[in-house]
Design a binder for this molecule. Structure first.
Ligand code: KG4
Length: 320
């Protein structure tokens, strides 16, 4: 008979505080509380503010989970938490909570690499078959991985400067749109209006780089304003999105081809993007695409990945 694990998972790497409870691979409770609307006022994430939100929310979410599921906390066998990467103060809040809880209830502590959990985010409700290419596109990272097992995750390409999500947020900001900018740009996207070319495409094997694109868009808007020229935010946003997503797809195709892979998993906040999801579905591969709720930072992906590691007697690799 399969051993029964009750796993509490915690995610606190940036501006979402999230807790989930898994009974083996079954998600039985999931809570997310975001400080994004408070951060919007500042036009991006203020680390200190995010840490304070985590401190304020983490106990409350745990109590909510206990009330909702009526479980006895002493029956929790594992406490999994995001150990890295993320904002240091935010990670610290999650880690201290996890450590204290685990020692109080005598549960095993499971530190998790949050980027690898993003790679496996579709596994919350789908079975993933190895090997596959993993794409993580978020506010802090743009990475491609060769994934051969839960603990065999080789980085192929990574963020050289600004991550794609960061670039979405800054482009939205210069257009006068609120943080987070990704969903707004996505919603306003019109392919027939994507007519501007800001920079040239980069070779597929080069590390992800979006700072040149970000600067080119910001300069375009500043110059237009200085010269008192009319500009259409939808044309700018659509041209930016088309180019940024095409750069990602170009790299995905390159590595699928290079490693002769037939499967692709995606995760991270930008994996909610409708153009990216469409282009990935159009590729001639099996695609593991998470439900929208599991694209951004969430504890369900931490718990699902933790369960797979525990069941297979493996540990999360705590390097990028
Ligand atoms: O993974 P995530 O929740 O956390 C961080 O890494 O911070 O990703 C957040 C990022 C933000 O930059 C946000 O603008 C972007 O994901 N994002 C999107 C979309 N939804 C969220 N970017 C493009 N299209 C979207 N639909």
């Amino acid at each position: 008979m399969e051993e029964k694990y009750l796993i509490l998972s915690i995610e606190s790497s940036c501006d979402e505080t999230s807790l989930a409870l898994f009974e083996n691979n079954e998600l039985i409770a999931h809570k997310i509380s975001s400080s994004a609307s408070a951060q919007a006022f500042h036009g991006g994430v203020v680390p200190e503010l995010a840490s304070r939100y985590h401190e304020h929310n983490i106990n409350r979410l745990f109590v909510d989970i206990l009330n909702e599921t009526k479980i006895d906390p002493l029956t929790i066998t594992h406490v999994a938490y995001t150990a890295m990467p993320g904002l240091p103060g935010c990670l610290h809040v999650g880690k201290v909570f996890a450590k204290q809880l685990a020692s109080l209830i005598n549960a095993e502590l499971v530190p998790i690499n949050h980027l690898h959990a993003h790679v496996f985010s579709a596994s919350i409700d789908q079975e993933l078959v190895f090997p596959f290419l993993g794409l993580v596109v978020s506010g802090g990272e743009s990475c491609l991985y060769l994934v051969s097992d839960y603990d065999q995750i080789k980085i192929l390409n990574q963020t050289q400067d600004d991550a794609i999500g960061e670039c979405y947020d800054k482009v939205a900001r210069i257009l006068g749109w609120n943080y987070p900018g990704g969903p707004i740009i996505d919603k306003n996207y019109q392919e027939d209006l994507a007519t501007l070319e800001f920079i040239k495409s980069q070779p597929a094997a080069k590390n992800f780089s979006f700072s040149g694109l970000k600067t080119a868009v910001i300069n375009y808007v500043h110059n237009s304003k200085q010269k008192k020229l009319d500009f259409d935010p939808i044309v700018i946003a659509s041209s930016f999105q088309k180019f940024a997503i095409n750069e990602v797809i170009k790299k995905v195709k390159y590595y699928l081809d290079l490693y002769q892979l037939k499967r692709l998993a995606i995760g991270g906040g930008v994996s909610a993007n409708s153009l990216l999801r469409k282009k990935i579905r159009d590729l001639n591969v099996i695609s593991y695409i998470p439900q929208m709720i599991y694209t951004g930072d969430n504890a369900a992906m931490i718990g699902a990945y933790a369960y797979a590691l525990i069941k297979n007697h493996k540990k999360s690799i705590l390097i990028k």
